[in-house]
Design a binder for this molecule. Structure first.
Ligand SMILES: [Zn+2]
Length: 329
């Protein structure tokens, strides 16, 4: 049985923005449109990624234009997913559905402008792409909103304002790139003020299986599961295990058997293209996870290790249920 696949994170938009002559069919980016089709991907979340640098909000806006253009130019291959109806259509069609997320809030707010300007720019991005499924406040580093995964900084005042702004807007908060201090600061602020914000980790693995600052400590993963969020398993060698590709399955089974996350686990492959690759990290992916055509084979290898129904859940149902819950009119 070939399940429909949903993947919660890729960097096709920033590749198309940052790399001169970039092409959405370029085989060396794992989420190229041909690989997505080959992998039966019916919804791919496309991150608007920028660094925290001068002009980041212009770059973010440009990536939203690129998203619109992709939909127009390749309407035979991709479709917009903006509500539950268009999600169902995408799953039943032979196209790949697409929805935008924002990885690093610097994509809509410069470090040195009034934060309210940033919210206006966020509104502009949302009106361009019609739906933003989640926002991650930071990338690796620190910005005006809080501390990223390689920092110790927590939630800042502007971060609190951003949470207040997000409440009730049906946009999830992504914890994949937070410092632990930022994640707990965000959860505390949400609880204290009773904010309506779904919680996810779009592309993160588990520290208990492989210790890395990008991976989730069990306590944080349990918080996400308790709040009915989802956790997308990341395919990067550096976060799975540098040497053994099969540790991928240990991450999945840890989430299911140790954390009770059978209704939370999904894919967050994190395909990107490095124009100046870091030689220490090459190859970025193990051979069996090189591009998006690999999802069916990975699921097949889980057969016999999981309960019936699980593969359907992990492939797409967990995300479908999550989206039905957070987007319901
Ligand atoms: Zn990322």
């Amino acid at each position: 049985m070939k399940f429909p696949i949903i993947d919660m994170h890729c960097d096709l938009l920033s590749y198309l923005e940052y790399v001169p002559g970039a092409d959405p069919f370029f085989p060396k980016i794992g989420c190229n449109l041909n690989a997505l089709k080959a992998g039966n991907v019916k919804l791919q979340v496309m991150a608007i990624y920028t660094g925290t640098e001068k002009g980041s909000s212009e770059t973010g806006l440009k990536e939203s234009e690129i998203f619109k253009q992709l939909l127009k130019t390749h309407s035979d291959k991709v479709s917009l997913v903006k509500d539950i109806a268009s999600l169902n259509t995408a799953i039943a069609s032979d196209k790949t559905g697409m929805v935008v997320s924002i990885e690093n809030a610097s994509g809509f707010c410069e470090e040195d402008e009034p934060v309210e300007n940033g919210f206006k720019k966020l509104d502009k991005i949302i009106s361009n792409v019609e739906r933003v499924i989640y926002i991650s406040f930071t990338h690796h580093g620190e910005n005006r909103f809080g501390g990223g995964n390689y920092t110790e900084a927590g939630l800042k005042d502007d971060g609190k304002k951003l949470l207040d702004y997000m409440s009730g807007k049906k946009i999830a908060l992504d914890l994949s790139h937070t410092s632990d201090a930022l994640a707990y600061g965000q959860l505390e602020h949400i609880d204290k003020h009773n904010l309506d914000i779904p919680i996810i980790a779009s592309h993160s693995n588990f520290s208990a299986i492989f210790d890395h600052p990008r991976n989730l400590p069990d306590d944080l993963a349990k918080e996400i599961i308790k709040r009915k969020g989802i956790i997308g398993v990341n395919f990067l060698r550096a976060f799975l295990n540098n040497d053994d590709p099969d540790v991928f399955y240990d991450h999945v089974l840890h989430c299911v058997n140790k954390l009770g996350g059978e209704n939370a686990i999904c894919f967050g492959a994190d395909y990107f293209f490095a124009s100046e690759p870091d030689p220490k990290r090459l190859p970025y992916y193990h051979k069996d996870k090189e591009d998006a055509s690999c999802y069916p084979a990975l699921l097949k290898n889980l057969e016999g290790k999981v309960l019936e129904g699980f593969l359907e859940n992990m492939s797409h149902k967990n995300v479908v249920n999550f989206i039905n819950r957070i987007w319901k009119p």
